[in-house]
Design a protein around this ligand. Sequence first.
Ligand SMILES: Nc1ncnc2c1ncn2[C@@H]1O[C@H](COP(=O)(O)OP(=O)(O)OP(=O)(O)O)[C@@H](O)[C@H]1O
Length: 251
Amino acid sequence: MALLRLMQLGKRFGGLQAVNDVGFSLRQGVIKAVIGPNGAGKTTLFNLISGALAPTSGEIRFQGKTIQGLKPYRIAALGIARTFQNIKMFAGMTALENVMVGRHVQSGAGFVASMLRTPRSRREEVAIREKALELLDFLGIADCADIEATSLSFGQQRAVELARALALEPKLLLLDEPAAGLNIYETAEVGRLIARIRDLGVTILLVEHDMSLVMDISEEIVVLSFGEKIAEGLPAEIQNNPEVIKVYLGE
Ligand SMILES: Nc1ncnc2c1ncn2[C@@H]1O[C@H](COP(=O)(O)OP(=O)(O)OP(=O)(O)O)[C@@H](O)[C@H]1O
């Protein structure tokens, strides 16, 4: 069974069909990329999967259950986490605290209990801190734990963002342009981190403009143009697909 399945998915904004009849599946444990020229509908597609937008037609199934139209926090609780094109660090908080915020969302202690600092919430706090440190270590930035997140390099902030998303213990991770704003070294590093995350068993769907990153790490690629899926296949197939080449040369 596919982990995620989109069926005839559509999103209309007034007169504009931003996503049109898009269907594809995502197998457990793969890295799949969604590419396409500006305005092709990639971000809209992510917003539909994560629940930020409701589709106007079609269906989204995650682990066999229909999820379209659910609120974003419910979709997150099912095991779908995402990162954003523009890095969103909480200012005034360290890298570690930024990751702990992700974990708090998932913890059972609840906000009131943590304000009252009950023994249970204190125990959870220690566990959350440990888990957050483990994630920073896994992503190679443990030495940044106590530094204010906004003062880190973009590459390090991306890693913190990935750690924060992983704190939710997702089954599926949606990455919206993970290489945006990064230099070539940082991009290569983020590619290695994404592959390591996949090796943990997390399935990854990414939107990305950096073709070297896409071709490096993706096992499968879907191409959108004007809201429609125009191709799907292995990286080598996509690179040689005449329609895909035409769409990119036209850009
Ligand atoms: N909230 C909205 N209201 C109206 N139109 C929208 C809205 N969001 C996106 N669009 C339009 O839908 C189309 C698809 O946009 P989308 O941002 O999904 O494309 P994209 O492939 O992510 O582009 P980019 O690569 O530039 O990020 C565009 O024509 C865009 O202007």
